[in-house]
Ligand binder design. Sequence first.
Ligand SMILES: Cc1cc2nc3c(=O)[nH]c(=O)nc-3n(C[C@H](O)[C@H](O)[C@H](O)COP(=O)(O)OP(=O)(O)OC[C@H]3O[C@@H](n4cnc5c(N)ncnc54)[C@H](O)[C@@H]3O)c2cc1C
Length: 291
Amino acid sequence: MIQPPAILKCGDESIMKNLSESAFSSPVTREMEEEMNTRLRENPDFARRIGNFGFLELEESWGDEATIINTARISTTNQRINSMQEFGDRERKLLYYLLSQNHGTPFETVYFRWRIVAPIFVIRQWIRHRISSFNEFSQRYREPIPAYYIPDAQACTVGNMRILSEEQLARYCQLMEELHAFYQEGYREICQRVDEAEARGSIPKVEGGRNPYRARGRELLRNAMPVSCYTDLYWTINFRSLMNFFDLRRKSNAQYEIRQFADVAYSMFKSRFPILGETMDQVLKEKGGIL
Ligand SMILES: Cc1cc2nc3c(=O)[nH]c(=O)nc-3n(C[C@H](O)[C@H](O)[C@H](O)COP(=O)(O)OP(=O)(O)OC[C@H]3O[C@@H](n4cnc5c(N)ncnc54)[C@H](O)[C@@H]3O)c2cc1C
């Protein structure tokens, strides 16, 4: 019997009990766990675990509220402030004015880079935010991350009704394990055939770089992998577009899983940009927004 992975904090440990082998116990998932734990230690206020294997970190941001003010004032007084120490009432009013009147371009001068580990189905929704930039883990160049999304009790419930039963969840996990095992066994077989063919001399030996035979194996086998697989990516976005993301993905009609990430991202944004966060909340409240 396997040990449930340490990161399974969702109260559904029982579902793992009957699995004879777990995708989560692979060296790759352990390595990722270690990396995420290091980031949590090194950047504790801006890194967070989400769900059973997810992770979000605000790695870097460029600019601050003063940047927005200075950018806006180029069209009027051009009176710059040199730091946030000089940010006073006049600046607060200007920030409020810009936000409430949708003067968007000054907000495009502040940027954020996030590291995201999330299920593919979450990222499918995320990448619809076209005014931003993504760089993602590739299942063409690497084997899939051997971890899959396990919905927690809250994710399986609407109001007081359990939608996905414990039994269904256990079967789901079993199926995910089988798919991961199918990939791993299939890839091992392909690599073995390629090695044997190379040894026989029936295909040319590939020294270093990308092996086209193994690569084709990964390209074909990944078609069997589900959207519950975790992926790993960088997301870079300016603040104007980030506001739009928060607006759309923190609303109650957004899917639970992307909402979890959006809410965490929002709390990180607010602790780095408190004045901007407060002003944004004020404007949204006045406009009857949901935030
Ligand atoms: C609850 C919910 C349900 C959804 N359901 C579906 C669905 O069923 N099917 C589906 O396909 N999508 C769906 N979406 C995705 C949605 O339609 C948007 O693609 C996504 O939310 C990104 O928003 P956006 O276009 O504003 O963001 P971005 O792509 O980042 O664009 C930001 C802004 O730039 C402007 N812009 C960007 N590209 C263009 C363009 N080509 N032309 C003109 N202006 C542009 C717009 O003003 C836009 O608001 C859903 C989103 C939500 C929140």
